[in-house]
Write a protein that binds this ligand. Structure first.
Ligand code: ZN
Length: 357
């Protein structure tokens, strides 16, 4: 923790007169997004800093990195320019204090990585909306788990309802009903979701929860891949699944169910249907999906979240139909569920417990 860079050299816990007072605790990246070609980074401000430096590079070593200096201690965001649309970028930041003519820097934050869409990924051709990038956040916990969890805040893609995609990669029809009827070959690429009883849209509620889950998972040592961190993310359901398949080890989509009875949380399990369970990639992964779902529900119950029945409901989902990693749709509650900050923290703790298991 105690690192300091003076004139380009990094020192550990330097204590000398006049220098100690310049010691800065590092800032960390809060949100990094790339939308419609624009890259934005925001951070939690450091009350002692006079300004910040943001570094970005296509290399994790930050060789030949570009630097953006942001003056002013109250600044907490910046726009990064001239990023190529087809390349991944690593971004990190540090604060500085000025003393006379010298600048003293804090240590660099852990980095985050912007990942653009890759049309060569398996099933990429099935997605219709994928102009935004996903972001991978690296954990700065002392002991990392070396696993990446994709947190997918359900819904929140403008225009997603007017675009259709194939329910199954092999073109067969849905084997169960759900938001799309059984037998349907195509479904909306992503729908707008339900509206909770207090007027909050499901997309707003899942986003708020996703941000809490992200923070807790990072703290617990997991890297986190985010496919939506604002009101709108131009990545449809298949797109989010393909991002998760290629950049994460687990995929958790967060949703609120459209019932109004406050019935409790559950996961969407893989239907007991022979042809569905025999269809690739479901055939290779359905057991893993169900295991992940069971563990997450176990974790939530353990954290004090109300659980619906046995904690599962079998539905043929587009997400499941394209997932090549353990992947689950988690219905954390319904339209009547409490979604206060406290309730969200409880759910998030449950998800971390479930992941640890
Ligand atoms: Zn939903």
């Amino acid at each position: 923790m105690a690192y300091k860079t003076i004139n380009g050299k990094t020192y550990k816990s330097v204590i000398s007169p006049g220098v100690k007072s310049c010691f800065l605790k590092g800032s960390s990246i809060d949100i990094l997004t790339k939308k419609a070609g624009n890259t934005h980074v925001s951070w939690r401000k450091n009350s002692k800093a006079n300004g910040y430096q943001v570094q970005y590079s296509t290399k994790q070593s930050f060789k030949k990195a570009r630097v953006k200096t942001v003056k002013g201690q109250n600044k907490k965001s910046a726009k990064l320019s001239k990023l190529k649309n087809t390349k991944s970028y690593y971004v990190r930041l540090r604060g500085y204090v000025r003393k006379g003519k010298k600048k003293y820097y804090s240590h660099w934050s852990t980095c985050a990585k912007i990942i653009p869409w890759n049309g060569k990924w398996e099933f990429a051709g099935y997605s219709k909306i994928h102009t935004d990038s996903a972001t991978l956040y690296f954990s700065s916990a002392p002991k990392t788990k070396k696993k990446t969890v994709c947190i997918n805040a359900g819904h929140g893609t403008k225009g997603g309802e007017s675009v259709m995609t194939l329910c199954h990669p092999d073109g067969s029809g849905k084997v169960t009903g759900g938001s799309t009827a059984a037998g349907a070959i195509r479904a909306t690429s992503i729908n707008s979701g339900t509206v909770l009883n207090d007027g909050t849209t499901e997309a707003q509620a899942t986003l708020k929860l996703a941000m809490v889950v992200k923070k807790k998972l990072l703290k617990a040592g997991y890297n986190v891949l985010m496919v939506r961190e604002g009101e709108d993310s131009q990545i449809d359901n298949i797109g989010r699944t393909v991002f998760a398949n290629n950049c994460a080890d687990y995929h958790i989509a967060l949703h609120y169910d459209s019932s109004s009875s406050d019935k409790g949380a559950f996961y969407i399990s893989v239907p007991e249907n022979k042809s569905y369970r025999n269809m690739y990639p479901v055939s290779k992964n359905w057991k893993k999906h169900n295991k992940l779902g069971k563990n997450l529900v176990w974790g939530m119950e353990n954290a004090g979240v109300k659980i619906y029945g046995k904690g599962e409901m079998a539905i043929d989902l587009t997400q499941t139909s394209y997932s090549t990693i353990p992947s689950v749709d988690l219905e954390v509650g319904d339209k009547s569920s409490n979604h206060s900050n406290k309730a969200l923290k409880t759910i998030a703790s449950g998800i971390v417990k479930g992941m640890n298991k």
